[in-house]
Design a protein around this ligand. Structure first.
Ligand SMILES: [Zn+2]
Ligand SMILES: [Zn+2]
Length: 186
């Protein structure tokens, strides 16, 4: 039996809840994220069933993967792994006329997706979930000191000599501000 590549709402109507367990290979270039070096296989576990409303379907499950990301401060590669769960409600896309009344989206409806087609490609679902779980500004460590803006040394690993002059520069700027204030107060 071929394993299905998509969630088919008609199948759910006909046979009841459906479960899927799939692994996908994804290339880093497929993800809209510049700080990914490489990404390992994505494991997707999904259960899809009818919702409470007519034509509504609930798609929930977990996605897990490991990736090599680049620190947004020091650009060192570091390993990242994520396991997260999702819970989505698919409803038919409202007609243009109906949509007028639905402009206000309440907070509990943020997980609602509108569908035009009565099927959801599993691979796209997995990729979308990864996009959501990747950190916007990946850090090798919360305390990463980043690179020296002058010589490019990784300040978490080494201390460069320009570091001190930069600090001095900041003090000079502060001193300047203080003198300005003192002048004003006189
Ligand atoms: Zn770093
Ligand atoms: Zn430096």
């Amino acid at each position: 039996m071929n394993s299905p590549t998509q969630i088919d709402f008609d199948q759910i109507d006909q046979y009841g809840p459906q479960t899927f367990s799939r692994t996908f290979d994804v290339r880093a270039e497929e993800l809209d994220h510049s700080e990914i070096d490489s990404v390992g296989p994505i494991s997707l576990e999904v259960r899809a069933e009818k919702g409470d409303l007519p034509e509504e379907y609930i798609v929930s499950g977990t996605v897990s993967y490991a990736a090599d990301l680049r620190c947004s401060r020091c650009v060192d590669p570091f390993p990242f792994a994520n396991l997260s769960s999702f819970h989505l409600r698919y409803r038919p896309r409202p007609e243009a006329a109906e949509r007028e009344d639905e402009l206000e989206i309440t907070e509990e409806e943020l997980d609602v997706e509108s569908y035009d087609e009565r099927s959801i490609p599993l691979r796209q679902l997995a990729v979308d979930q990864i996009e959501l779980t990747l950190p916007m500004k990946p850090l090798c460590d919360e305390s990463c000191l980043g690179l020296c803006p002058q010589c490019g040394s990784n300040l978490s690993r080494e201390q460069c000599t320009c570091n001190t002059s930069m600090v001095d520069g900041r003090w000079d700027a502060l001193r300047g501000i203080r003198e300005e204030l003192e002048k004003k107060n006189q």
